[in-house]
Design a binder for this molecule. Sequence first.
Ligand code: CAO
Length: 287
Amino acid sequence: RELGVDLSKVSGTGPRGRVQKDDVNNYVKSALKAGPAAAASGAGIPQVPAVDFSQFGEIETVAMSKIAKLTAANMQRNWLNVPHVTQFDDADITELEAFRKTLKDEAEKRGVRVTPVAFLIKALATSLQANPEFNRSLAGDGEHYIQKHYCHIGMAVDTPRGLVVPVIKDADQKGIWDISAEIATLAASARDGKLKPSDMQGGCFTLSSLGAIGGNGFTPIVNSPEVGILGVSKSQIKPMWNGTEFAPRLMLPLALSYDHRVINGGDAGRFMTHLVKLLSDIRYLAL
Ligand code: CAO
């Protein structure tokens, strides 16, 4: 009461958890250390209280994998550091899918599977070149950008051990066959736990495709120090107005999250519009 301490917030170290004088003093010391600004404005990150779930039913404590622990730390770091904005659009991939189906025989001969992900990686690489502000990172001094003149695209892969992001190097210089073969090799290595650290380094931008699993949208978290990530959901046939009538078109939902310290809404709008144009008419990928 003298110090204005709420005793219910103090952990007691005495017998049966009794709060002692030293506990109150230590609580006050750590509150002072946390700083008056944080205390006054509530800007510090409040701890989520530990709950004993066994009081509500049967439970089991499961050890997190190394990858899961690393992912948790990275996600929290990125979520707290990056001012995120997510922008949405749908790409009409009716023609892309029709073309992809025509590749089936040749793909079998080559022993490669061509999925929409290969086209997405190629289109992202092309869009990064047209919109180089997405191929930047903030320099450590907070006063410069690092502009990258290479184009490596990370691809989120869901594995039994957790999420990993192998990188397709120089994606701008590769064609759909090479990218498809690399997706298969990297995804297999990821699932077998055989990726080398160098396979996961150097990404400029990340693709997270949940299209094969489902859902019509999600907001991905930027894989900092990259400044953009594209989340792709499942394509669906939708009635689209073509000026005279509704026509069935295969629409691919896209969500672009970006670091608003580096990317402005206008940059993101241009990037997304360019990407949608490339996916809707893949002839532009050849230009
Ligand atoms: N809409 C509809 N169907 C899609 C699609 C989409 N957006 N994307 C892929 N598909 C189809 C493919 O065409 C394929 O079907 P066909 O064989 O008939 O062509 C089928 O789904 C299976 O694809 P796949 O999963 O074998 O391969 P992929 O190239 O689509 O994806 C990979 C590869 C590695 C990206 C994917 O397996 C994966 O791991 N995705 C999860 C990523 C993830 O976890 N993201 C979240 C990260 S943040 O927590």
